[in-house]
Design a protein around this ligand. Structure first.
Ligand code: FES
Ligand SMILES: [Fe+2]
Length: 443
């Protein structure tokens, strides 16, 4: 494998194609990045009741997101400690314990009645076959090192030395808030509607991450969708009107977005879902309440962004969370979750759901364009001649300004590759194995 500084020369806007196709690099990513970073594992509304579980993914490891009887959320490795069997084989459900189908060991979801969640509580033949000689306490399921519930989104890391989640996400938090908070400005208040869409794409997992971080330049590939018109209010375009969009990069954290600079006053209301009068009324009402609720607090109106390494979100239209789970160097599994205000009227939720589906997901018209690009670029970069070249990320080098309200952030025009450069600079840092002390910015 070539040295990392040769693979990524972020300041020059050069990234070697091997990082999108080489299996050795992929293996190192799984260890260095997915073994250490804070990763998005789900939303609390996927496990609303005690003993609910949802099977998720951290890097190439299957994990179980579960809520114990006391209402606390845990993230456990979905692999039996006896002989590795995939313990929980359903996507989601409700269970008091997890019983392994191979030899029948069973594990708790409960951190209260036993010493720790995932503890081994039942072993067939414990008295007779094992003669009571098995140290059950030390054979529980592996649990993540740290877990954080951020406004309903659940984040976890395997690394006990990772900095607290809020430091990891930094002031990018403001933009994440715009997706997770209620449309009327109240904290949290969103839920996942309609389950989780999952599908496989023959693309390296970083291609969508850099796409969502602020690649407006690729807008040209959505021309046909714009002409057809799939927007929430009908008519031409993919969304309702929007203004003031810029690219913002968190240089030291690797996060970035396309959206608005922070502001203290709510911009004018732009009509939404005008094809449905009831729904339009709802959005007008929550807009008025938002002005009252937020007062002089800083807020943003957000479009789209990526939190390093593999979680992206649309904060406005559509309003979704998407995760790119690595499968191999040239394949990923994409997951989409769609957010709505949890107390919105059914009609509002339904019209949003329909719009989300025609925009995103495996059958979404906009996402189909994107997938075509990512799979095409992955495939055409693997030829003998092609694979040794660099990708070009040179747009807008040296044309950024700091954003005083956001720690460590810089702003560019709408069209720039600055956000991608920040992302790959962070990627290189993780890959080089620097310790968290050297990787955590001190502002
Ligand atoms: S592998 Fe799970 S009980 Fe044996
Ligand atoms: Fe796109």
């Amino acid at each position: 494998m070539r040295p990392i500084e040769e693979l990524v020369q972020a300041d020059q806007g050069l990234v070697r194609r091997a990082i999108f196709s080489d299996e050795d690099i992929f293996k190192q990513e799984i260890k260095q990045i997915f073994g250490r970073a804070w990763l998005f594992v789900g939303h609390e509304s996927l496990v609303p009741n005690p003993d609910d579980y949802f099977v998720s993914q951290m890097g190439t490891d299957s994990v179980i997101l579960t809520r114990n009887r006391q209402g606390q959320i845990q993230v456990l490795l979905n692999s039996c400690s006896h002989r590795g069997m995939k313990l929980c084989r359903y996507d989601h459900g409700n269970n008091r314990t997890f019983t392994c189908p191979y030899h029948g060991w069973s594990f708790s979801t409960d951190g209260q009645l036993v010493e720790r969640p995932g503890e081994l509580v039942g072993v067939p033949g414990f008295a007779k076959n094992y003669m009571g000689e098995l140290d059950k306490k030390s054979w529980g399921l592996k649990s993540v090192a740290q877990i954080h519930n951020y406004k309903g989104t659940i984040w976890a890391t395997w690394d006990p030395n990772a900095p607290p989640f809020e430091e990891y996400v930094g002031d990018m938090r403001l933009y994440l808030d715009s997706a997770l908070d209620h449309r009327d400005g109240r904290e949290g208040g969103s839920e996942v509607i309609g389950g989780v869409q999952k599908w496989r794409v023959k693309s390296n997992w970083k291609m969508p991450a850099e796409n969502f971080i602020g690649d407006l330049y690729h807008d040209i590939s959505h021309r046909s969708v714009d002409v057809v018109g799939i927007g929430p209010s009908g008519g031409r375009g993919r969304r309702d009107a929007m203004q003031g969009r810029v690219a913002i990069a968190f240089k030291d954290l690797g996060h970035g977005l396309l959206g608005n600079l922070p502001h203290y006053e709510e911009p004018d209301y732009s009509p939404m879902y005008t094809a449905y009068p009831e729904v339009e009324r709802y959005y007008r009402e929550v807009h008025e309440k938002r002005i009252q609720n937020l007062g002089n607090n800083m807020r943003v109106k957000h479009r789209v962004g990526t939190i390093f390494p593999n979680m992206s979100f649309h904060g406005w239209q559509p309003r979704t969370i998407t995760v790119f789970h690595p499968v191999s160097a040239t394949e990923m599994e994409m997951w989409r979750m769609y957010l709505v205000d949890s107390d919105a009227p059914e009609e509002v939720k339904e019209s949003a759901r329909h719009y989300f589906l025609r925009y995103s997901g495996p059958g979404g018209m906009t996402e189909s364009d994107d997938m075509e690009n990512w799979t095409g670029a992955t495939a055409a970069s693997q030829g003998d001649i092609a694979q040794d070249l660099y990708f070009n990320y040179q747009m807008g080098i040296g044309h950024t300004k700091p954003v005083p309200e956001l720690r460590g952030a810089v702003v560019s025009h709408e069209f720039t590759e600055e956000n991608a450069r920040a992302y790959y600079r962070r990627w290189a840092q993780f890959m080089q194995g620097s310790s968290w002390e050297t990787m955590t910015p001190t502002y």
